[in-house]
Design a protein around this ligand. Sequence first.
Ligand code: HEC
Ligand code: HEC
Length: 155
Amino acid sequence: MKKILTAIFTASIIAFSSPTVFSAEEIVLTNNGGVPSLRGLVEISDVNKAEALKKVPREQHLIDRNYVQQPPLIPHSIRGYQVNLNANKCLSCHSFKNAGAMGATKVSVTHFITREGTTLSDVSPRRYFCLQCHVTQADAKPLVDNSFTPVDSLR
Ligand code: HEC
Ligand code: HEC
């Protein structure tokens, strides 16, 4: 009986607080194989409360690339920019035609090449959905440490 009570008590501690350091007993009592994840020590079936969305700065400096083939990060907010069958807001500033007047970087010439290697007179369908590759950046703490260092030529 005492054991069961202790178990219930410990389980409720796990359920109602978000501990960062877990005792061996807590780990055994959780049904996820004893693996605390980035979500904390929670049951796989539990749904965590969603984090608040990070705020993307409206404008920031161009962000250095870490490797040569990296799609450059988007240094501005893209709130409300639509990319669909009828319109591509990104190209209203980044197309070859508009970039000069808008002070934006032209899309790369690689974006005109189809997967068969043919160069088209406009952005290739495989480069149409810009956000497939280009993403905005917010000031967020990395979830996991990373020891990646850029190649010498980019340092
Ligand atoms: C209102 C005009 C405008 C729109 C719309 C726009 N951009 Fe930009 N974008 C800019 C300007 C201006 C810069 C900064 C150029 C500079 O500072 O040299 C920029 C920079 C960038 C860069 C960085 C380029 C580099 O060399 O580092 C990327 C990537 C980018 N935008 C992608 C996008 C994507 C994807 C969209 C659509 C979701 C988009 N932009 C919509 C104006 C725009
Ligand atoms: C499949 C991935 C992919 C898609 C989709 C894509 N890009 Fe890129 N983009 C890249 C990569 C990779 C680079 C860097 C290498 C290069 O120039 O090809 C790049 C480079 C750029 C640059 C910098 C060019 C320069 O001269 O420095 C701009 C601006 C850009 N892309 C805008 C866009 C816009 C706008 C769209 C949507 C119309 C788009 N990209 C779609 C992968 C992509």
